[in-house]
Design a protein around this ligand. Structure first.
Ligand code: ADP
Ligand code: ASP
Ligand code: MG
Length: 502
């Protein structure tokens, strides 16, 4: 399907395939929710793309407008509870928001009408899906994907429309046509060879004609054409998947901060931008909660070694952070900190546990069965307790599955308790060359001691590029501030450009 296909007349400053100006290899540029948050943001994005397109071919990938995915998910879950009014109110607000952006961005009456009809079809589709959900009082992962993906399907035609209005030939493309995934709804993974074939077949002819494709982030489809999503924040992953599929020279992730910073600037106000960072360091940060990058982002480009940039849509003159396979040693060990608080500590334990065969194996095959990703593990030497940490969203079903698995053992008092604690946070200290720097662990824990931060558990990966520890949520900010100071990571204040959340 052509998502609001709009191609402007061929009078623009667009790149042409054989233009002498074409210096750069293909670049994939992804814009997050805040970057496409309203009409003026989208106009800014169109300008960045127009300038970039003068230098070489570009594939754009866009997120939903800021806040939209959250509202769609809320509409879906409230519908499941039988509340039809809420979904109606959400769709009324979304219509208003997208129609206002359309009115500001596209002036040609014919094109505006064409786009309005396309957007209306998407709103109706969403409303129908919510009505069905309310009727059945059931929200399957497949339906949730269909509803939550509407934000990207709405924003991509708007961005393409804005580009056309600025004289850049552009076409919105739904990534269900490009990214082939497995059928794991809500967190699908790409099947790369099929994705490569489809992306080449669909995007290359557009690029060859000098048309800039604007692709929906976040979304893929199974081999049978069923829509899937790549997980929350997954548009970053969409960009690198397409970068790898199209053998791009680089992937640029445009967001609302200057790059990868030494810590989340919302938690550590004097965090500063890191100019170069390795795939591994960036992945560790993302895995432990640095929202600036989806944890799977670098997976797609690791084989080809394609560099990934993080840059600020609201300060495009700044260079940002370059993420490369090897990074750049900073000589001092620790490069950045991160923290994740929407996690839960699950404990399987009790004095009798020593007698239960294969508790560890059964525990983790259960977490695997329910697709819970385990962030940290700690086990006491006497085997009285196995503690591990999962995302808060995985906690309920993990505990339920464990209680089922160990029901017999609990009945016979071999397993005494399976408990969950949601008041904790993980803080991670990250730096690739920590390996050769003795004393990092000591300095970390001394600095926490000075601030009276109580440490609940500690883990250090064998890669020695990360030391992570568990603290109570109430101590998280103090733990970050203490370690940030201890490792001299502070610098000039980095201002968050706008308020956010997509
Ligand atoms: P987008 O909508 O562009 O995808 P996100 O909200 O997903 O943007 O990610 C950007 C946000 O990530 C920043 O606004 C910042 O608050 C947060 N963040 C967390 N940790 C870091 C970090 N180490 N460096 C930069 N940003 C970070
Ligand atoms: N819109 C999706 C989300 O909010 C994907 C993304 O923004 O990366 O999770
Ligand atoms: Mg994001």
């Amino acid at each position: 399907m052509n998502a609001g296909s709009l191609v402007a007349p061929d009078t623009s400053s667009r790149f042409a395939p054989d233009s002498p100006k074409m210096k750069q290899p293909l670049r994939v540029m992804k814009f997050g929710g805040t970057s496409v948050g309203d009409a003026s943001c989208i106009a800014r994005v169109a300008q960045i793309l127009r300038d970039a397109a003068r230098e070489g071919p570009i594939v754009a990938v866009v997120s939903a407008m800021s806040g939209v995915t959250n509202r769609l998910i809320e509409a879906a879950t409230r519908s499941e509870a039988g509340d039809r009014d809420h979904a109606e109110a959400v769709f009324a607000a979304l219509r208003k928001q997208h129609e206002a952006a359309l009115a500001t961005l596209v002036h040609d009456e014919g094109k505006k009408r064409q786009l309005a009809v396309h957007l209306e079809k998407l709103f109706s589709e969403g409303e129908e899906l919510c009505k069905g959900t309310a009727l059945l009082r059931e929200l399957t992962p497949r339906t949730l994907d269909a509803i939550s993906s509407l934000g990207e399907r709405l924003s991509a035609p708007l961005v393409a429309g804005a580009l056309c209005a600025q004289g850049v030939r552009s076409e919105a493309v739904e990534s269900t046509e490009l990214i082939v995934t497995d059928s794991y709804h809500g967190g699908a993974d790409p099947i790369m060879d099929r994705t490569r074939e489809r992306s080449e077949a669909r995007l290359r002819p557009l690029l060859d004609q000098g048309i800039l494709p604007v692709v929906t982030g976040f979304i893929g489809s199974t081999q049978d054409g069923i829509l899937t999503t790549l997980g929350r924040g997954g548009s970053d992953y969409s960009a690198t998947i397409l970068g790898a599929a199209m053998s791009a020279g680089e992937v640029i992730i445009w967001t609302d901060v200057d790059g990868v910073l030494t810590a989340d600037p919302r938690l550590v106000p004097d965090a500063r931008t890191i100019p170069v960072i390795s795939y591994r360091e960036a992945t560790e940060l993302a895995y432990f909660g640095a929202k600036v990058l989806h944890p799977k982002t670098l997976r797609a480009v690791s084989q080809a070694g394609i560099p990934v940039w993080i840059r600020n849509t609201f300060a495009p003159e700044r260079t940002g952070t370059k993420i490369t396979p090897k990074g750049l040693s900073n000589g001092g060990g620790v490069k950045a900190l991160t923290a994740i608080s929407d996690v839960a500590l699950i404990t399987v334990g009790g004095p009798g546990i020593v007698g239960v065969p294969d508790v560890v194996g059964r525990t983790f095959s259960t977490t695997a069965q329910v697709h819970a990703s385990v962030l940290m593990i700690s086990q006491s030497s006497s085997q009285n307790d196995i503690c591990f940490i999962v995302a808060a969203s995985d906690a309920k079903r993990t505990v339920a599955a464990l209680r089922k698995e160990f029901a017999q053992d609990v009945a016979h008092e071999k397993v005494e308790h399976i408990t969950v604690d949601s008041t904790i946070a993980i803080v991670a200290v990250v730096g690739e060359n920590m390996r050769g720097t003795p004393g990092v662990a000591g300095r970390t824990f001394n600095s926490l001691g000075r601030e009276n931060v109580n440490i609940i558990a500690i883990a250090q990966g064998s890669s020695e590029s990360n030391i992570s520890f568990v603290v109570f949520q109430k101590d998280m900010k103090a733990a970050l501030a203490a370690t940030h100071r201890e490792f001299g990571l502070s610098g000039p204040v980095v201002h968050d450009a706008v308020t956010k959340g997509s």
